[in-house]
Structures are given as C-alpha cells and as structure tokens.
Ligand binder design. Structure first.
Ligand code: SAM
Ligand code: SF4
Length: 340
C-alpha cells in the first residue's frame, strides 16, 4: 500500500498554461549520460551532473504520480541515453502501476536494445523510438562516434519482435552531414513496416555549430521523397510534434518534426523533467523550475503540485513567437541535458 503522500492528490484540476494549452505529456530524462557523442547533441567535452543531483527512481515516480493526478497520462523516457541508467525497468514498472498513466514510451539510441527489449516490454514499456541518423556504417560512426550501426539495426528488430508498438525511427537531418539519407531511411521504414520521422536540426548542439543554413527544412526532405514514394497525408493528432504520411499500399510511413520551419506550438501538450529534477516548460525557453530541492526538502505533494503549476503557467508561447519577436536564444542548453 502506498502512503497518502506517495499517492499524490488524485483528481486535481488539469494543468493548463496561460495560453489555454492542457498539459498531458511529460518527457523525463533519466540520465544526461550517453555512450554516443552525436555531433548535433553533445559538446566536445560534456559535463555530467554529480550523481547526487540526479533524481532517484522513487523521486521520479512521485513526480509522475502527482502529474498523473493532474491529467498527465503519457510519459516518455529519454536522456542522454535512457538505457545507460541501471535497471531502468524498475522505474518503468513503478510508473506502470500509477493510476492515470496510460502510455509509457522511450527514445533511445538503440545500442542496448537488443539485449533489453524483452525486459522493457515485460516491465510495461509500450513503445520505442530509435534514433538512426544514417544507414551507412562509416557515416553512422562519424555522426555518433561509435561503430554500432549493425547493433542498432538488431535493436530495432528486437524491439519489433518483443512486441513494442509502435516502433519508430527518428533521424535528425543536418546539412552537410546526412541530408541525402532520407530516401534510404524511408525505404528502410517501408521494408520494416514502421514510421521514420525526420527532425530538423535545432540550436541545442552544445557547441554553437547550429546555423539556420544547416537546417534542412521538412519541405526539402519531403520533396526528396515525393517522386520516389506514394505518400498519403494523415490527419494530425492533437499535440503531435510531427506531420505524418503513410506509404500507400504498405505499412509504415514518414513523418516530419519541423521544429524550426513549421513548429506546432499552438497545441503543445508537453513539459520536460530533467535528470537533475528541473521542470523545463519549453525547450526553446531558458526558463526552468527546480523541483529537486522541494522533493528532497520534505515538501508535501500539494507543494510539488504548486511548483508544477507555477512552471506550467510560465510556459512560453513557443519557438514561433520567439523567432517572430527576434528572441530566439543562440544556445540554451545542449540536447543531451534536455532529452529531445
Ligand atoms: N539518446 C536517445 C536518442 O538518441 O534517441 C535519447 C535522447 S536524444 C537527445 C533524443 C533525440 O534528439 C534523438 O533522436 C536525437 O537525434 C535528437 N537530437 C539531438 N540533438 C538534436 C538537435 N540539435 N536537433 C534536433 N534533434 C536533435
Ligand atoms: Fe546520445 Fe542521443 Fe545525444 Fe546521440 S542524440 S549523443 S545518442 S543523447
């Protein structure tokens, strides 16, 4: 039996920001550490948090329980590399038992997926997204710093065999790095019967190499696919980050996460919890709210709930408004500390 403080205040008011957007999803970074060094994500010399600063599973589960009581039903685990965190299955099974949590998914680089897929599924993970920036072994290595393309491909197959669903592939596309990969990746998705989603390069590379002219727009990628694939537009789900197209006549399809050239900030339903316990209401804004001090200072659930509401009330309109107002900060935080 859980104690009243572990249960959270069930049935609380929904989480609504000052633009009227209802928050239903949380992305939780379980660690900022990673075994890869993707050029678009990691600075040359990443700095890891002191271990003591990283939230324990019990602390994360408590936050999720309180969020769930306010209507947050979808949890995505990310990182750094979430499968680098020891025994992450334990966290997944803790979250799977929380009333109100209906989807638990993960974004991973796929390196440990082959050995972990079954256990993750058994613990209650439903869906997985595997990042795959290239299907060429040498280029994969040049982008990620690790010679692991085959291993990641086996991880994708293991996820499908384990019954994780949906299994998706995400590919961050950067000009001069991999902008010619899209047709090959789309063909791969069609063969596997899954979705591949192309992500526009965002200014979170941690080394200041982001420039607008390195962003390959979703339009450009779409045009490179149009003649080769019969793509059927799908209705966009509320709060979805991507515009999706199905392959006519076969399973799977392609999606575009156009965070720079066509972001969907109007119906964003997401907040983020960093590995060291900060709530980040919008990844394009420097605002963040420290939950860890409250969690460790003996704050009751009502206080944690109040802090979360404060963070959500401060959520910015989104990148669109920042670009329009000329307020887009050059580098806010590197992606590995944010969770993508
Ligand atoms: N390590 C896991 C992985 O790679 O899937 C989870 C964390 S990673 C930060 C999440 C996603 O962010 C990955 O798909 C990665 O390609 C993407 N990403 C990282 N840096 C990015 C950037 N600067 N712009 C766009 N996407 C980025
Ligand atoms: Fe690691 Fe994912 Fe960042 Fe690559 S994108 S360095 S795999 S956290």
């Amino acid at each position: 039996m859980s104690s009243p403080s572990e249960q959270g205040s069930r049935g609380a008011r929904p989480l609504v920001d000052s633009f009227g957007r209802i928050i239903r999803k949380v992305r939780i970074s379980v660690t900022e550490r990673c075994n890869f060094r993707c050029v678009y994500c990691m600075p040359v010399a990443p700095e890891w948090f002191e271990r003591e600063r990283v939230l324990r599973y019990e602390e994360i589960a408590r936050v999720v329980r309180i969020l769930a009581s306010m209507g947050v039903s979808k949890v995505k685990l990310t990182g750094g590399e979430p499968l680098m965190r020891r025994d992450v299955e334990r966290l997944i099974s803790m979250m799977a038992g929380i009333p109100g949590v209906d989807t638990i998914s993960m974004t991973t680089n796929g390196f440990f997926l082959e050995e972990k897929a079954r256990a993750l599924r058994g613990a209650g993970l439903q869906a997985v997204t595997v990042s795959l920036p290239s299907l060429d072994a040498a280029r994969f290595r040049a982008i990620t710093g690790v010679d692991a393309l085959d291993r990641v491909l086996r991880g994708i197959d293991a996820a499908i065999s384990a019954g994780l669903s949906p299994v998706k592939v995400n590919s961050t596309i950067v000009r001069g790095l991999n902008e010619d990969e899209a047709p090959r990746l789309a063909e791969f998705a069609r063969e596997k019967g899954i979705f591949v989603r192309f992500i526009e390069f965002m200014p979170f590379d941690g080394k200041g190499s982001w420039r607008m002219d390195r962003v390959v727009s979703w339009r450009e990628i779409y045009e490179s696919l149009r003649g080769k694939f019969d793509l059927v537009p799908l209705p966009r789900e509320r709060g979805s980050t991507s515009m999706n197209y199905a392959f006519r006549g076969s399973a799977g399809g392609v999606g575009f996460i156009a965070s720079i050239t066509s972001p969907f900030c109007e119906d964003c339903e997401r907040i983020r919890l960093t590995a060291d316990g900060r709530i980040v209401p919008c990844m394009f804004s420097p605002k963040e709210f420290d939950l860890r001090s409250a969690l460790r200072g003996g704050a009751p659930d009502e206080e944690i709930e109040r802090l979360i509401r404060e963070a959500v009330a401060a959520k910015d309109g989104g990148v669109k408004y920042m670009i329009r107002s000329g307020n887009l900060p050059a580098v806010i935080r590197p992606m590995y500390t944010l969770g993508g």
